[in-house]
Design a protein around this ligand. Sequence first.
Ligand code: ADP
Length: 406
Amino acid sequence: MKILVLNAGSSSQKSCLYEIQPHTDLSTPLEPLWEASIDWTVSDEYGLLKVFANGQKRKIDLPLDNKRDGILIMLETITHGHTKVLSSLDDIDIIGHRIVHGGRSYSRSCIITPEVEQTIKDLIPLAPNHHPAHLEGIKAIALTLPQTPQVAVFDTAFHSSIPPKAKIYPLPYQWYERGIQRYGFHGISHGYVSQRAAQILGKPMEDLKIISCHLGNGSSVTAIKNGHSIDTSMGFTPLEGLMMGTRCGSIDPAILLHLMDEYGYDYGQLNQLLNKESGLLGVSQISADVRSIISAIANGNHQAQLALDIFTHRVTSVIGSMIPGLGGLDVLIFTAGIGENSPLIREQVCSQFSFLNLKLDREKNQGKCLDRNIANPDSSVAIITIKTQEDWAIALQTLPFCPKES
Ligand code: ADP
């Protein structure tokens, strides 16, 4: 069975092709047959497609003006050139898409029908950085493989267990009845890394009090108790919570009223300000990318230092706010681009929790630390850096919908 996964982020498009045999062990991620990623932010003039298959790498520059064409060029590398792994795209049995927001209608994975596609469109205002990219992917596949089923795997589903006290905003109750509530995001990642952490520790997930920090361009923290999400930092949209690459995260809502009242800001301007011009980019005025921020700090840039300080302060504050709800902490997980790759940020965050006898092993933190416990042996809390395998988790959730499965 061949499953193609499309995972569109706010600045990237990742894709993998998995082959699952009837007796494949599904407890650990398979190596994909073919994988590709598009980074839409490398240049103002082009996007960069990187493909890896058959031990071969390809790099292709893509036009920025039509992302759907970029996805079609990406798919062509499955059947052409050194990265060819299939003779025809028709050999793909099913496609799984990561969809950021399922609203209230979709709290579990489902086949993408015209109605589901319309709902994804309707939810663009709630996930403006992601849903247009998801729709480009769905359209590109519908053009190329009109008969092949496509599945939506929602990032909100893992958080459907969050109890009312953490889910409902302190607004008049009728707004909750109209769908205004905390939905939470990165659920595919938080779900996968919490299971993987339990596996690494050799303990049942149900016995662990876990805080998972998914720190990438978009970032969120989730508290997981008895295997279920009980609280998460993102809310009604992926804008709430931590400071992010270009998103501000939580701010006093009265700032918006002030900008409207005193400066005449309208919806479009506020949307641009909060989603695209804030966060690490907004404060540093340099970049949304932690790597550029860290190099600017090395060159003595104070605004870059301030951006990093605010970022780690907010991660720390959110982690701290979730510990009472869990009744303690057994495992702290770091994942996604920053969580997996920045020893500096892991160290700064962990140093704030020494009062819990949480102790990071500095050497393990600097070395190859993916999918390992990097805490000191005498630490009361395990600290685990996990490579998020969203694509594999999406493939697993797509598998039951495969026509050959039923
Ligand atoms: P997305 O939300 O787009 O999926 P990712 O999880 O891929 O984001 O994370 C991308 C971010 O990870 C980059 O913007 C950068 O800030 C950070 N990152 C990647 N590599 C490193 C590194 N070696 N050191 C520090 N940060 C890194």
